[in-house]
Design a protein around this ligand. Structure first.
Ligand code: UGA
Length: 442
């Protein structure tokens, strides 16, 4: 099939590349011409393992093209994906400006019936609104054509996007006609998915996306809230998590306590969901609590560090390992490291920052300040430090040379924000160890 993808951010580019990989002819369009130029040279503007190679391969095979003219993108397409960003506005609601700009362009340029697939995460009701707006525009031009608008939310995890796009758990399709469902089935046929393709109304598809993210986030916040009690009563939240997850009705995923979730998806989607509840005047204490627990968690962790160092925090040196919101990405959106470093700095500490993919995009997210220093080596970060703080659990940090760390640090304090290390082992190396929801001494 011939497919156009509008919006080549994270979701759009992964979608376009995977569709080309299975043999579709794909044209990607983005309003950012610099991005298009980079992509034509197979330069992916963000870090996602394996993606640049796959982009390059499909460009070379002639399945994937990037163009800067909308009319070129839509000329021969059977299906158009919309994957533009829907960032939160100040009130938390999703900003649909870019989305409607695309709809407006399509309404002015399309000459024939086509299937429009919305990949962007959009509030419930948006697909229906797009359908009306687009078909009204086409009608106003005197055209006897009508476009199906399909909701097809994505469930990709950053850092695992290629695995997820080729091995999904389900494909959700929200449409209003048999023809649209069949088009989507044809489109996904070459992937040979073994997972279910769930057909539903667009509103259900839209809500499923928010429900999935909010539910996963609620598990994390529940464990984080529980970790506070665990700390106080001398329980270990990791052991509790194992006991919980072993119940097949619960499962082990997303029960990991720590400094909470970040990224562009959970925080944004929970705000947007909360907004939908508000708009419809429905109370949602649970949605509010997910977000509240999450933001408190970072503060509590920074407070633990500050209280432990007490007066020695002034002019101390604290090393932060891992700055991105999670491993295998260079995404800094809502990364806990930003807030934690700021709180430590405010308390008087000098903060040394290290991340395995430290690049200018990461550095630019931090304020320029003499109390902040970026280093290129994880061990250089702990040189003369009074505390080592693990913020993001990159595998590089799984088994550090603790003997070396001990020799380099001025005061051997370890604060493990992801419960990544074995407390007994770290303590046996002579460190003071603090995790999240773990007893201080065993
Ligand atoms: C999330 C969902 O997992 C995807 O299914 C969804 O498609 C995506 O959002 C999206 O809406 O686009 P992502 O934000 O890439 O994916 O990252 P996750 O792996 O889900 O992690 C989110 C956050 O939760 C990270 O900050 C991670 O550190 C944190 N987390 C995760 C925990 O604190 N504890 C856990 O047990 C699991």
């Amino acid at each position: 099939m011939k497919i156009a993808v509008f919006g080549l951010g994270y979701v759009g580019l992964v979608t376009a590349t995977s569709l080309s990989e299975v043999g579709h002819q794909v044209i990607g369009y983005d309003a950012d011409t610099d991005k298009l130029e980079s992509l034509r040279n197979s330069e992916v503007p963000f870090y996602e393992p394996g993606l640049a190679d796959l982009v390059s391969k499909n460009i070379d095979q002639g399945n994937l093209h990037f163009v800067d003219h909308i009319d070129w993108a839509i000329a021969d397409s059977d299906v158009i994906f919309i994957a533009v960003g829907t960032p939160p506005k100040e009130d938390g609601s999703a900003d649909l400006k870019s989305l409607y700009q695309v709809v407006e362009s399509l309404g002015q340029m399309l000459e024939r019936s086509i299937t429009i697939v919305v990949k962007s995460t959009v509030p419930v009701g948006t697909n229906q609104a797009i359908d009306r707006a687009l078909n009204a525009l086409l009608e106003s031009r005197g055209l006897q054509v009508s476009c199906d608008v399909v909701s097809n939310p994505e469930f990709l995890r950053e850092g695992n996007a290629l695995h997820d796009v080729f091995n999904p758990d389900r494909i959700v399709i929200g449409a209003t006609s048999r023809q649209a469902f069949d088009t989507m089935r044809r489109l996904y046929a070459p992937f040979h998915f073994t997972c279910p393709l769930l057909e539903m109304e667009p509103a259900s598809a839209e809500l499923s996306k928010y429900a999935a993210n909010a539910f996963l986030a609620s598990r994390i916040s529940f464990m984080n809230e529980l970790s506070r009690l665990a700390e106080t009563v001398g329980a270990d939240i990791n052991q509790v998590s194992t006991a919980l997850g072993t119940d097949p009705r619960i499962g082990h995923h997303f029960l990991h306590a720590g400094i909470g979730y970040g990224g562009s998806c959970f925080p944004k989607d929970i705000l947007s969901l909360r907004n939908m509840f508000w708009e419809h005047r429905i109370e949602s204490p649970l949605t509010n609590a997910i977000q509240q627990v999450n933001s408190e968690q970072r503060h509590r962790f920074a407070k633990t560090i500050i209280e432990h160092l007490a007066d020695a925090i002034d002019n101390s040196t604290i090393a932060l390992w891992g700055l991105t919101f999670k491993p295998n990405t260079d995404d800094m959106r809502d990364a806990p490291s930003l807030e934690i470093s700021q709180l430590l700095q405010k308390a008087g500490a000098n903060v040394r920052l290290y991340d395995p993919v430290l690049n200018s995009a990461i550095k630019d997210r931090f304020p320029t300040d003499s109390q902040l220093e970026f280093v290129d080596d994880m061990y250089e970060a702990v040189h003369g430090a009074d505390a080592l703080v693990l913020v993001t659990e990159w595998t590089t940090f799984a088994e550090p040379d603790f003997t070396k760390v001990m020799q380099l640090m001025r005061t051997p304090n370890v604060f493990d924000g992801r419960n990544f290390w074995d407390p007994d082992f770290v303590r046996s190396q002579g460190f003071t160890y603090y995790g999240v929801g773990r007893p201080e001494i065993r």
